[in-house]
Design a protein around this ligand. Structure first.
Ligand code: HEC
Ligand code: HEC
Length: 340
């Protein structure tokens, strides 16, 4: 039999090329992702929470995400980390600032919200523009007024760090923008706040709330004051976009910025009221400094706006009742959580 040399060579070349192509395309697999974590959530919290199938929660991934969350080298001028604006001791919001400081003297255009119990959320930002924590994390990293990096710069910084090299190899295989965001998201899913006096009361401890807080709770859940029409369930939010009549003309149009529907003008996500006493100032633009000012606003029933929620109604409270309502809001502070 005669060997057909050119044929064999061309077959070999094709084969070799395929092998190389395959090797380049194949992602490195994680070597040991760590112990799976089931978040410890009280049984009276909602049953549904979100962990994507391709980002299982493990102890090592949480640890890696935590390092990234606190790492200032992920910002353009190495001065800002996620935790510069989301401070753990303020329930991951910013300490008393209306707007937060980003890189190169930049400022955010919204008040920094708290982050906890985010495992229950499937939309993020006050206008819901991100659909997962993974997607959300890229926003601040690349935002010119926040951390100001490009995707390539972020990957480069992470790749140059031997600790990250080792941890990414174990947890995710490759270091790429997707896995960096996945790690940060894992850390955020582990941030749970559920041990306030209000929780102890829910668990049957009748001495957890003071008499003033109990009176305030009745007001909060009453039809007359009606906070629970929107801040309901044990996370104290209906997770809906509402216009509460803060202005007749909103400078920041909230949900409308994304959808361009007239009926979404002035709508913002109802936030949780857990830890509310320590996350001042309040509202998307931080316009109210104190809870007292917030309640004075709600008592007016809000300004006229075509999109104002029908749940908004005016009410009057005696000074005692106002103090009681504020006392109740203080019972939502989880001291264990903010000391961590
Ligand atoms: C310069 C300050 C600043 C930095 C740095 C920053 N954030 Fe934020 N964060 C904000 C502000 C302001 C918002 C609200 C923006 C909006 O709603 O449009 C926000 C919103 C969020 C939300 C949405 C919360 C919700 O309930 O919808 C999450 C989650 C979050 N940030 C996580 C992060 C992570 C992760 C990082 C680091 C990669 C980070 N942030 C860095 C200021 C900051
Ligand atoms: C119609 C629905 C609705 C009702 C009723 C309502 N809220 Fe709100 N609440 C919201 C929305 C939406 C926001 C976010 C608005 C924004 O940021 O512009 C908010 C924001 C807040 C904030 C500021 C949160 C933050 O992190 O900045 C506090 C405090 C608050 N509400 C307390 C109350 C209290 C107390 C009552 C009852 C007197 C009440 N709310 C009634 C929907 C409602």
């Amino acid at each position: 039999m005669r060997l057909h040399i050119p044929f064999i060579i061309s077959i070999s070349i094709t084969f070799a090329a395929l092998v190389i192509l395959y090797a380049c395309r194949e992602k490195k697999q994680p070597t040991s992702i760590g112990k799976p974590i089931t978040p410890k959530l009280p049984d009276y919290f909602p049953k549904k929470y979100y962990i994507p199938e391709n980002n299982l929660l493990t102890d090592k991934r949480i640890e890696l995400g935590k390092m990234l969350f606190f790492d200032k080298s992920l910002s353009k001028d190495k001065t800002i980390s996620c935790a510069s604006c989301h401070l753990p001791q303020y329930a991951f919001s910013d300490a008393g600032k209306v707007f937060s400081d980003g890189v190169n003297g930049g400022k955010t255009t919204r008040n920094t919200p708290m982050i906890f119990n985010a495992i229950y959320q499937n939309n993020f930002f006050m206008d819901g523009r991100a659909r997962s924590l993974e997607e959300q994390a890229l926003g601040p990293l690349t935002h010119p007024q926040e951390m100001g990096m490009t995707e390539a710069e972020i990957v480069k910084v992470v790749k140059s760090n031997p600790t990250y090299q080792k941890m990414f190899k174990e947890c995710y295989g490759d270091i790429e923008i997707k896995t960096i965001c996945a790690a940060i998201a894992s850390f955020e899913r582990s941030i749970v706040s559920s041990s306030s006096p209000y929780d102890r009361d829910l668990q049957g401890d009748t001495t957890a709330l003071t008499p003033a807080q109990k009176r305030g709770r009745s007001l909060f859940f009453s039809f007359k004051v009606g906070c629970q029409k929107c801040h309901n369930g044990h996370l104290l939010t209906n997770r809906e976009f509402m216009n509460i009549g803060l202005d007749e003309n909103y400078r920041d149009q909230g949900l409308y910025n994304i959808t361009k529907n007239e009926s979404d003008k002035g709508k913002f996500m109802t936030p949780s009221l857990r830890n509310i006493a320590i996350t001042y100032p309040y509202m998307h633009d931080g316009r109210f400094k104190t809870l007292e000012e917030v309640i004075d606003f709600y008592a007016t029933g809000g300004k006229n706006h075509p999109n104002k929620a029908p749940q908004m109604n005016s009410f009057t409270l005696s000074p005692q009742q106002k103090a009681d309502l504020i006392a109740f809001l203080h019972s939502l502070t989880d001291d264990q959580f903010i000391k961590k």
